[in-house]
Design a protein around this ligand. Sequence first.
Ligand code: CFM
Ligand code: HCA
Length: 539
Amino acid sequence: VPTATLPDPAAVREEMLKIYPSKTLKKRSKQMLVNDPSAPPEIGANTRTVPGIITQRGCTYAGCRGVVIGPIHDILHITHGPIGCGYYSWLTRRNLAQQRPDQPINFLQYAMSTDMMESEIIFGGEKKLAAAIREAYEIFKPKAIAVYATCPVGLIGDDIHSVCREAKKELGINVFGFSCEGYKGVSQSAGHHIANNGVFKHMVGLLDEPDPEPFRINVLGEYNIGGDAWAIDTLLKKCGIHVTATLSGDVTYDQICKCHTADLNVVMCHRSINYMAEMMETKYGVPWIKVNFIGAEQSAKSLRKIAAYFQDKQLTDRVEEVIAQEMAELRPVIADVKTRCEGKTAAMFVGGSRAHHYQHLFKDIGMLTVAAGYEFAHRDDYEGRDVLPSIKIDADSRNIEELEVEADPEKFQARKTPEQLAALEAGGFSFKDYEGMMREMRKETLIIDDISHHEIEKLIELYKPDIIGSGIKDKFVIEKFGVPCKQLHSYDYGGPYAAFTGAANFYKEVDRMINTKVWQLVTPSWKKPADPAHTFGRG
Ligand code: CFM
Ligand code: HCA
């Protein structure tokens, strides 16, 4: 991409900021930066959105129930609250699970809620919750039930945890609650933290039955959107690497209960699950490494890293064989797509990890990301792990209790001997080498945290990107400007995009989206003569 043709990012930033009143301007200034990969500047991430700004963020309940725990498909999820939260989170995130012979019903299709009414808001909803748990148990006989508190529950002070404890005693199954009221944090990120704590406390470690296969790993922070976890699983299987559990994509309760028996945790989405990786290491001795199966080069690098960890010649050879095979199939696709996509530009504003990961897929086909940002990530996701001590004081972490975790004297098991660790280190292997987004991005890229609709409009006007990766809340705003928008949350119902096979799907879809002539037919409404019936809004 001839970067000389790109606008000056500092000038774009000024242009975006100039309409804000002074207090908002001050705040937003810290959340918009021009990148320097050699010394990432400090970003004002994970702070409260200014009221009135149109944000893409979600709430704590969404992060807990919707994102991290929702995909566990053989337990019941009961939302305690008025019906809205349960109803509007029903099947919106693409939590895919395969039907299994031992479990004919896929519980993910249900929306279960206590449907609190005015009387419960006034007199308390604990009795109704206890009755709902009992009723749900009678109908479905699940292995476990999880209860999620919504905003009003926290406000009136229902004690969901004691209701769950009672139900656990009465029914003889695992019942546990999450105080994930939507207002708890500044975004869904707080919900991840609450979810991790609960999963760790109530599930991990309950089943001491290691899978018999060698090279056992858990894939943490992989949620099987569009079948990504299946694509990764297939690739790992080809190499002879076994997945004990994917947290949380197409995963069962038992898999989570025994995931502490794995040899290694590999972390895809650091933002949503770093807490779990750290806690499992402390309590059970499972080390973790960061991986990324989005993008061909990144997938190869991740496989090599896993093989390097196991220090096994046969596995290393097999991994190289698989990479060679997969790349032989992928190369012609890349070459073909590149003829039409090379030199095009992308911008990405997504969640807490994909804005980073997907840049690699665009890079594979010769495209450049000119601007990027997360919705709710923290400083370490932008700047790298080095900032960890200081992120402890960020907005979400202040509100959420850290679990006190210590090594379990019976279950802790060091996965490597000191000699093996020394050999790994001598070979240049490093654990926890999490670099964050900024170090892996071109100098002068514009970084925008928690982007607003106003800023997206300015970005389109000044950068004219060929494609934007984003979510449902702004997809159609973007497309009305004549710019294709690829949803990087739901994949617009496509996918998988992970691993080599998924990468091929992504390249072809981006090619189709960018190169279709349909965008030339779009005339945005503000370019047409004013309609006297709609005189308000954009003039
Ligand atoms: Fe992690 Fe996710 Fe993401 Fe996320 Fe999400 Fe998601 Fe996302 Mo939507 S866990 S941070 S809270 S990778 S639901 S599967 S797509 S915003 S970038
Ligand atoms: C969430 C879920 C979401 C929303 C997607 C979007 C998802 O944040 O609660 O805004 O397009 O991936 O389903 O991130």
